[in-house]
Design a protein around this ligand. Structure first.
Ligand code: NAD
Ligand code: DAU
Length: 368
């Protein structure tokens, strides 16, 4: 049985990935989920796995080397899939240090512990010899490439890094550490750089769940700047599938960009959500009365706001055969349906801490 160590598995993409993997491989795999449960980590996301002997949760911090080493000593880990990170750009602008610590130093700890556990004392490769079939996948973002002009160009694996926010700079730093381990020690790793994800279990600080939640409650829909910044949206399950395929079919030491050519301006996304909510709510639902474009509120722009992201997924398609399966029109309906069916999940996460964050973030952003 293959053993996975997934970091940050209680977050948005990590929990979707764990569900995907158990759906795909069933009892043939064992997953250890290492997560410290920050505000973004939610054990409820994996409640259905309670009682599954092949799922083990370890509450620990990736910056705690002793705790991470202990996991490698206790279990013979075959695959590491490293999601754990501080992931929200706006928070990084307010508090960069947490991002530097978790994203850069934490990735350093993960690499160091995996290398120590997998390294063989000697072998033919002067740069490094490892136990067979051990692999580390570092989950990164398209934001490391910086910003593209409107309507022109794509991010390729060869695009130079040019991060702008403390978040993207810390992810770029973590990518560089992984590259350094591959180059210096021939450490068996891959990097994936993915575009914006959306889908079930996404914390409502991010655009799509925030808009769904605010619209349902008749709250203002905050649009940064002119609303014309472009993001390239991918349904989270397609990302989970890409990660698995890269780890199984990708060439070691390579980077793969992941995205589905689904560019949309933020304002378009918001209008699509409003229309879809109205379409999906049953006739007579009183929330329909307030779900309209009158809720849209332009607010102060994000500092250093990247204009456009757009991934060229040519390499992953050609070398690995990955293709996204979920078109945006379908994915947004699945996402909204999930939020309709999980109102308790939303009300549990929109607790006192979230309200404080929201007030602090958006109270100040409102334009006169
Ligand atoms: P998230 O914020 O929803 O989840 C992050 C998880 O990591 C949480 O469960 C949190 O508790 C855990 N965590 C944070 N600090 C930790 C620490 N020090 N030790 C252990 N666990 C810790 O994030 P997400 O949106 O699921 O993103 C996951 C990964 O994917 C990140 O590395 C992010 O950079 C990358 N990524 C995200 C997107 C996106 O659109 N969300 C796109 C591309 C790449
Ligand atoms: O591109 C991949 C990245 O996508 C990931 O690496 C990050 O972890 C993830 O958070 C996401 O970053 P973005 O900054 O693109 O996502 P966010 O949902 O925060 O914002 C999407 C766009 O919407 C962005 O242009 C800012 C804008 N926005 C966001 C919020 C929360 C608004 O206009 N209003 C809002 O209230």
């Amino acid at each position: 049985m293959r053993t996975y160590l997934v970091t940050g598995g209680a977050g948005f993409i990590g929990s979707n990935y764990i569900h995907y993997m158990f759906r795909k491989y069933g009892d043939d795999i064992r997953i250890i989920n290492l997560d410290v449960l920050t505000y973004a980590g939610n054990p409820e996301n994996l409640k259905d796995l309670e009682g599954n002997d092949n799922y083990i949760f370890v509450k620990a911090d990736i910056t705690d080397k002793e705790a991470v080493s202990k996991i490698f000593e206790e279990y013979d880990i075959d695959r590491v899939v490293h999601f754990a990170a501080e992931s929200h750009v706006d928070r990084s602008i307010k508090d960069p240090e947490a991002f530097i610590k978790t994203n850069v130093y934490g990735t350093g700890v993960m690499l160091s512990c995996a290398k120590a556990a997998w390294e063989l004392p000697e072998g033919p490769d002067p740069l490094g010899n490892y136990k067979p079939d051990k692999k580390f996948l570092h989950v990164s973002t398209d934001e490391v490439y910086g910003s593209l002009p409107e309507g022109e160009g794509y991010f390729y694996e060869t695009t130079p890094y040019s991060p702008h926010s403390p978040y993207s700079a810390s992810k770029a730093g973590s990518d560089m550490l992984v590259k350094a381990y591959m180059d210096t020690y021939h450490f068996p790793a891959n990097i994936t750089n993915c575009s914006n994800n959306y889908g079930p279990y996404q914390f409502p600080e991010k655009l799509i769940p925030l808009i769904i939640n605010n619209a349902l409650h008749g709250k203002k829909l905050p649009v940064y700047g002119d609303g014309k910044n472009v993001r390239d949206w991918l349904y989270v399950e397609d990302h989970a599938k890409a990660i698995d395929m890269v780890q199984e079919k990708g060439k070691l030491f390579e980077t793969y960009n992941v995205g589905g050519h689904n560019e949309k301006q933020n304002i378009e996304i918001i209008k699509i959500i409003l229309n879809t909510l109205n379409e999906m709510l049953p006739d007579g639902d009183e929330r329909k009365a307030h779900i309209n474009e009158g809720l849209i509120t332009y607010v102060e722009d994000r500092k250093g706001h990247d204009r456009r992201y757009a991934i060229a997924p040519d390499k992953i398609k050609k070398e690995i055969g990955w293709e996204p399966e979920t078109r945006f029109e379908e994915g947004i309906k699945l996402t909204i349906k999930w939020y309709f069916e999980h109102e308790d999940w939303m009300s549990n996460v929109v607790n006192g801490d979230y309200m404080k964050y929201y007030e602090n973030m958006y109270g100040k952003k409102e334009k006169a």
